[in-house]
Design a protein around this ligand. Structure first.
Ligand SMILES: Cc1cc2nc3c(=O)[nH]c(=O)nc-3n(C[C@H](O)[C@H](O)[C@H](O)COP(=O)(O)OP(=O)(O)OC[C@H]3O[C@@H](n4cnc5c(N)ncnc54)[C@H](O)[C@@H]3O)c2cc1C
Length: 368
């Protein structure tokens, strides 16, 4: 197990903020995962698992414990019939590499999630999704290290209680399981059936793409995302910075009466596009406190030159206040923050969030 001391969290996260982590361990196999948790236990250190840090923000005070970086590698086809296929990937693989692995072989079910940053191991945590697909549609099971029982186990799809951007991994059991691998059941169909998600269909029509293979859909999604979303390697961000506003049916009715465009989600609930609220408040493209509200996708906050969490705090407060004054809606942050307490064995939820499960602040919407 590779162990480093006093590592800036800003170098481990795509928003590029955060003081030092006391220890950082890179784990490359199952023995090292266990070794890392044993090290934390023996030294009474809180633990925080991390993949690519693309949905995580570090704070200036850093983290007094052990960050475990998932670097487990390997992708394989486990079983294939003429209809479907079981594919497995270790948690430290890059999600988009896994999508390519699957589309290259003509397997379908995750092609619309091409280009989502991050690792395979983090994908089930918030049940990632984009362009009408979400991981829950194809996930068969995950392999995890159970830090409570100190053993490797398998959790089936149903045990994860996957819903919109939430699973037990970021709500009631947050911190308990370290995801070491996932297995998906994909379709073995080279030709997909339209219609696709609106903006994707529009792109396909405009570009006269009529052969709907997983690879063609993947390439279309990558092109759309590339045009709209900042590459975190070039423009630091944590993706969508605010959740869409969730509304009850009564609130949705009031919003409609007040001229707001309300969307009905597949589960029957209602949502208001926060990016649109930000635009309406005149903040699209605005640069302040060394951050910029993206001029292409208003939900994205780009770190232009900020060095401290304090600057993020200022820009966040200003956006929330301006949007509230303009619309009456209070925006909530989407990316998770590394809590100074991390996860310990007795209580798998961060102490700072015990009264409010982490799922409440987990991702709520797609960017696209
Ligand atoms: C530009 C941009 C665009 C994005 N677009 C989308 C999108 O379209 N759809 C979407 O759903 N998301 C999107 N995201 C968010 C992000 O890509 C996903 O949340 C992704 O799954 C995060 O992966 P990661 O490895 O970077 O996770 P991290 O940020 O490292 O971790 C995220 C959370 O998962 C936990 N975690 C990480 N690894 C493990 C593990 N092995 N075991 C247990 N817990 C773990 C962490 O503790 C943390 O709470 C976007 C982000 C960016 C920057």
């Amino acid at each position: 197990m590779k162990l480093r001391e006093n590592v800036p969290i800003s170098t481990l996260t795509t928003m590029r903020l955060g003081g030092s982590a006391r220890y950082v361990a890179e784990v490359h196999n199952l023995a090292e995962v266990k070794e890392a948790y044993d090290f934390a236990r023996e030294n009474s250190l809180p633990v925080y698992p991390l993949g690519s840090g693309s949905n995580t923000i570090g704070r200036d005070e850093g983290f007094p414990g052990l960050i475990i970086l998932n670097r487990l590698k390997g992708m394989e086809v486990i079983e294939e019939t003429s209809d479907d296929v079981l594919v497995r990937s270790a948690g430290g693989e890059i999600w988009d590499d896994f999508v390519k692995f699957c589309t290259d072989r003509g397997y379908s079910g995750i092609e619309a999630m091409s280009g989502i940053p991050g690792t395979v191991g983090a994908a089930p945590v918030q049940n990632i999704g984009a362009y009408g697909q979400s991981l829950s549609n194809t996930l068969d099971h995950i392999e995890v290290y159970d830090t409570k029982e100190r053993e490797m186990i398998i959790l089936g799809h149903d045990e994860l209680k996957m819903r919109y951007r939430k699973t037990i991994l970021n709500t009631e059991e947050a911190g308990r399981y370290f995801v070491t691998a996932i297995t998906l059941r994909l379709e073995n169909f080279e030709h997909l059936e339209p219609p696709f998600y609106n903006s994707l269909q529009k792109y396909l029509d405009e570009h006269k793409i009529t052969e709907y293979s997983p690879t063609n859909i993947r390439n279309a999604v990558l092109a759309i995302r590339g045009d709209k979303l900042p590459d975190p390697a070039v423009q630091p961000s944590a993706g969508s910075f605010f959740k869409n506003v969730q509304l009850s049916p009564e609130e949705a009715e009031v919003a409609r009466t007040n001229g707001y465009k309300v969307y009905k989600k597949s589960d029957g609930s209602f949502t208001l596009n926060s990016g649109w609220l930000i635009e309406e408040a005149g903040l699209k493209g605005k640069q302040f406190h060394n951050f910029q509200v993206s001029d292409k996708a208003s939900l994205i906050l780009i770190n232009v030159n900020a060095k401290s969490y304090h600057e993020l705090d200022q820009v966040r407060s200003e956006i929330i206040k301006t949007v509230f004054e303009k619309s009456g809606y209070k925006l909530e942050q989407e990316p998770v923050e590394i809590p100074s307490t991390g996860f310990s064995e007795r209580d798998t939820r961060p102490a700072s969030q015990n009264s409010q499960p982490r799922g409440k602040s987990a991702n709520e919407q797609e960017l696209v």
